[in-house]
Design a protein around this ligand. Structure first.
Ligand code: FES
Length: 572
């Protein structure tokens, strides 16, 4: 074989550099590995400290078999991994770092295509963002959700039930030892969170974007079909190299349209908004916050999964999975959205029966008529804020209440359960200092806990407003991603206890009901106080200097777009 490959720029020829590149790789690779075969990197986020992804080494073995079978050469490429529950101060601080490292290592190495192995929340977005900026042929394999947890005969959804049970402890309705004894029952198997949290959402949206073999996303991690599809993905990666079909040729504006429809129909995580915006930015595709409201409007909620509903990802898979859901809203999809197979997504949506109507609803009988994400604007969020009506209380969709303000997550923890806190069920809880720049890293704290004295009175939801994000496994009437954030000059910084805040979701409005001249005096006095203290060194320093706001996906300004796969200089 004498095919011209990107990898042949390293391995081809007979000069000293080609010798160096081949010789060091000849530890197990035969001479014919360098005859122009496609070299496929397996960008693997397996890590013991990312327990949701710890099984991906086994997945990688199946990928390798597929690559070999198709005549390619698989090469392991361990990449930065992010364990959502462990990484401090928040995994989101490191998403862009992981994406940057993945991008640079894909570009720097002699590979022709890449298989992306992810699972836990930030890993799939980081893999897609990094790969998009290099624009090589790429296929994604989501590691899949864990099996359903059960405790005392009841199904436990990871994440969602932690929030629910911990609130019950604070309300005094669940003993702490019972809470703690549920711990070992929640995580039953390998795989990522089994609720419709961020990991499940991003895996399903990767499929809607066209980046997985259709029908793969949502396959539970222990299911043998995951390994079968991984083998097939390995074969497909070699085919993509042969046909020169790169990620930029698969994902288009139509793909994002389909992902937004899918996001609404599955009742997916609000975190998908920042991840999709950032990915679009890498690909140079124009996508705005308002597109989520416009495209998502009128898309019915069809999936009955926690946190908004009852079931878990294992149930969604047995009921038919994403393709069955999308077949119900096929007319809302853009038929131009492609997949890695070279065929449009809509080609895969015929003859998709629903096997459990309690898990996936028919279009005619949706769980909700309109499940899109609402984008709010007003003086409190001129660049936008979002709310997920599917996870909120209908009676709070139009609300005017007095602000109770917390300046940081530490301030919140110190005072939220103070019996003297001046708060009632109609108050609006405001948490600031949690944006991309202010925290830094935009943590998942927007679903701030309710004051225990109100929990004890039976209150289970209140309007909350925050410049941070919310866990995809959380629920409640939470206005989040407020932009600009308090630390970037947003009006959120000027809210005082007792100010009235107006939320009007049908009118898409979020207003601080304080006269402009009063706000101006507050702005002047705020300017005389201590300015935002930026970190002095390291990634955090780079991050706060360059991170963009939530309305553009919280990427770093200099990482938008891509540099392609070419590296012109040699190392020797
Ligand atoms: Fe990894 Fe939830 S902690 S997906």
């Amino acid at each position: 074989m004498t095919r011209a490959r990107r990898s042949s720029e390293w391995y081809g020829g007979s000069d000293r550099n080609a010798y160096l590149h081949r010789a060091w790789m000849r530890r197990g690779l035969p001479a014919h590995a360098f005859d122009g075969r496609a070299h496929i990197a397996i960008a693997n986020t397996a890590s013991d400290l990312t327990p949701c992804n710890s099984h991906l080494n086994e997945v990688a073995e199946s990928v390798k078999q597929g690559v070999y079978e198709a005549g390619g050469i698989p090469v392991n490429l361990p990449v930065v991994s992010l364990g959502e529950t462990l990484v401090r101060p928040t995994a989101m601080l490191w998403r862009n770092m992981a994406a940057m490292a993945i991008e640079e290592m894909l570009r720097a190495n002699p590979i022709d295509g890449v298989i992306l192995l992810g699972g836990c929340d930030k890993t799939i977005p980081a893999l897609l963002m990094g790969a998009a900026s290099v624009d090589l042929p790429a296929v994604l394999i989501p590691g899949g959700p864990m099996l359903n947890g059960t405790f005392r005969g009841q199904v436990l959804g990871c994440g969602t039930d932690v929030w629910r049970l911990s609130e019950e402890v604070r309300a005094g309705t669940l003993p702490e030892d019972t809470f703690n004894s549920s711990e070992s029952s929640m995580i039953r198997s390998r795989g990522h969170c089994n609720t419709m949290g961020t990991a499940s959402t991003m895996a399903l949206l990767a499929e809607a974007l066209g980046m997985t073999i259709p029908g793969l996303a949502g396959t539970p991690a222990p299911d043998s079909r995951l390994l079968e599809a991984s083998h097939e993905s390995g074969r497909l990666a070699v085919e993509l190299v042969e046909t020169k079909r790169s990620i930029g040729q698969v994902i288009s504006a139509a793909s994002f349209h389909n992902a937004i429809v899918a996001l609404a129909a599955i009742g997916g995580s609000t975190n998908a908004v920042v991840h999709l915006l950032a990915l679009a930015g890498r690909l140079g595709i124009e996508l705005t916050l308002d597109d989520f409201d416009r495209i998502g409007e009128g898309v019915p909620l069809l999936v009955n999964l926690q946190p908004a509903g009852k079931y878990l990802m294992e149930d969604l898979f047995r009921a038919g999975g994403l393709l069955t859901v999308l077949s119900q809203v096929k007319d809302l999809l853009d038929p131009n959205g492609m997949t890695v197979t070279g065929r449009p997504l809509v080609d895969y949506l015929d003859d998709k029966p629903i096997w459990d109507l309690d898990v996936i609803s028919e279009r005619a009988t949706p769980l909700q008529d309109d499940a899109g994400i609402a984008v709010l604007r007003g003086n409190l969020a001129p660049l936008g804020a979002i709310v997920k009506p599917a996870a909120a209380s209908p009676e709070l969709m139009i609300h005017r209440g007095r602000a109770v303000v917390f300046d940081s997550i530490e301030d919140l923890h110190a005072r939220i359960d103070d019996p003297d806190l001046d708060v009632d069920a109609d108050s609006v809880l405001v948490l600031r200092g949690c944006g991309p720049r202010g925290y830094p890293g935009m943590p998942e704290v927007a679903n701030l806990p309710l004051p225990s004295k109100l929990l004890q009175q039976g209150v289970r939801d209140m309007v909350r407003v925050c410049d941070g994000r919310m866990s995809g496994t959380a629920y409640g009437t939470v206005v989040l991603h407020v932009a600009p954030e308090a630390a970037a000059g947003g009006l959120l910084a000027l809210v005082q206890n007792g100010d009235y805040i107006i939320l009007d979701v049908p009118a898409r409005k979020l207003e601080l009901d304080v006269a402009a001249e009063i706000l101006e005096t507050r702005r002047i006095s705020a300017a005389t106080q201590d300015a935002f203290a930026a970190p002095s060194r390291g990634w955090e320093r780079l991050y706060v200097d360059h991170v963009m706001q939530a309305d553009t996906g919280v990427d770093l300004d200099f990482l938008a777009g891509g540099s392609g796969p070419t590296v012109s200089r040699e190392s020797h």
